[in-house]
Structures are given as structure tokens and as C-alpha cells.
Write a protein that binds this ligand. Structure first.
Ligand code: CTP
Ligand code: CA
Length: 228
């Protein structure tokens, strides 16, 4: 067509995005966490808002600014993140970029755990957190039409990404190698492959903002029916 593309192709659509780490309390002053910066998830929220979507960003604790034009729900734990995501439904598309803690401490201490001379260090017993992506992807009539997960791996990237696609009933998995030598975890760039039922699409190493814009364009094409 000779028509210019619509400036806001996601107008009228609702996008849910998770971002950042979760913090799982040990006691009132300590927690378990991970190295996620929130940069990729926040950039995706911003890119979707730029294309006209109404965006709900559910984020764990991060040190970066809220993206403009986005509704931000701040949470700490995985269980709070799941609650906030469920409350945000329905959504047309959901992108799960958060690095959710896989485990939490089974018995959070109400008071600060103290050292005691002659007493062995505490042993932390862990219990699994809910899988937010898998739960939302199984939400029946409330399942977003497009459910997109990430796979952060340090080995066997494609095999693990394909296994996650099936196990979690996602439509796409954005696979990224987070080995320390890549500088991706916490850095400004990302090198990803999009794994779907249609196959694997590998993108060059790009700024996280550009990965976000490209992902948002792919979402537009799919929601408008150009891709399966
Ligand atoms: N995810 C989630 N809730 C969890 C764990 C993961 O929503 N409790 C989402 C992540 O946001 C990501 C995808 O699931 O989109 C894959 O996360 P990842 O940590 O790579 O996979 P896991 O299934 O947790 O497996 P593992 O960490 O053992 O590789
Ligand atoms: Ca995990």
C-alpha cells in the first residue's frame, strides 16, 4: 500500500510487561535477589507505549527511571508480581522479561537473624516460587493472545529455549545468553533469538532499546495478523 504505517498501530491494545528482579525476604533486613537491571523489560514497555499501547509494567526493585507513558506497578516478591499481573488482565499481549527468583526462603524470619558465637550459621531452606508466565499462559479465557517469555541461559541456549516454549505454553521465547563474558546481564546491549512454533529467528547484537523496538514491531505484525 502507498499509505504510511499508522503512527499508533497498538492504539486500543493493552500490553502487560514484567521487568527487573524480585527480592525474596530472608528477614526484615536481608533478601535473595539476582543481577537483573530491568533495562530490557523497561525498554519493551516504552517501545509498546510508543506504538500506542496502554502498558502496565509490573516491576521488581530497579535503579532505573519509569518509562514515560506507562502505568507502573512496583512489587518486591514473585508472589506480589503474580498478583499484580493477574490484576492487570485482560491484556492483548504479555511480555515476561522479569528475572523472577525461582525460590524464596521457606520461613521468613520476623526479626533480624543474629549471629551468636559458637552457633552454626543459619541454613536457608528454599521453596519454589509460582511461575508467573506459566500461570498467565494457562489463564483460560484471560490468556493474552500473545504470550512472550525470555530464556536467560548460560549453556544449551536453543534447546533450553525450545523446552521453555513448550513447558510454559508461550507463543515466543526471546532467548538470550547471559554468560558473564557477554556483558548482557546488566549491560546496555542484548543478542537474542526469537524462538516460536515457526522456528528460530536470530537477531544481531543490538542496544536493548533497539531489541525492544524490533520486538514491538513484531508484536504489531502478529496482532494485525501478518504473522501466525
Ligand atoms: N518466569 C516467570 N516466573 C518464574 C520464573 C520465570 O514468569 N517464577 C518467566 C521469566 O520472566 C521468563 C521465563 O519465565 O520469561 C523463563 O525464565 P527463566 O528463568 O529463563 O526460566 P525458568 O523456567 O525459571 O528455568 P531456569 O531458571 O531453571 O532456567
Ligand atoms: Ca529462572
Amino acid at each position: 500500500s502507498l499509505l504510511a504505517p499508522a503512527p499508533h498501530p497498538l492504539a486500543g491494545r493493552h500490553a502487560l510487561v514484567t521487568s527487573g528482579p524480585t527480592h525474596e525476604p530472608i528477614d526484615p533486613v536481608r533478601y535473595l535477589a539476582n543481577r537483573s537491571s530491568g533495562r530490557q523489560g523497561h525498554a519493551i514497555a516504552a517501545a509498546l507505549a510508543d506504538l500506542g499501547a496502554r502498558v502496565t509494567l509490573v516491576t521488581g526493585p530497579v535503579g532505573i527511571a519509569d518509562p514515560p507513558g506507562v502505568t507502573v506497578r512496583r512489587v518486591e516478591t514473585a508472589r506480589q508480581m503474580l498478583d499484580a499481573c493477574q490484576s492487570a488482565l485482560p491484556a492483548d499481549v504479555a511480555v515476561f522479561a522479569a528475572a523472577v527468583a525461582d525460590w524464596r526462603v521457606e520461613h521468613e524470619s520476623a526479626g533480624k537473624i543474629k549471629k551468636q558465637s559458637g552457633v552454626a550459621p543459619p541454613v536457608l531452606s528454599l521453596t519454589p516460587n509460582p511461575d508467573i508466565l506459566a500461570t498467565i499462559a494457562a489463564a483460560g479465557p484471560l490468556r493474552p493472545r500473545l504470550v512472550i517469555g525470555f530464556a536467560a541461559e548460560t549453556s544449551d541456549l536453543m534447546q533450553n529455549a525450545q523446552a521453555k516454549l513448550k513447558r510454559k505454553n508461550a507463543d515466543w521465547i526471546v532467548a538470550n545468553d547471559v554468560s558473564p563474558d557477554t556483558g548482557i546481564m546488566g549491560g546496555a546491549e542484548n543478542a537474542v533469538s526469537i524462538v516460536s512454533a515457526d522456528g528460530i529467528e536470530t537477531w544481531p547484537r543490538l542496544a536493548k532499546d533497539d531489541v525492544a523496538r524490533r520486538l514491538a514491531q513484531r508484536i504489531v505484525a502478529t496482532l494485525h495478523g501478518a504473522l501466525a
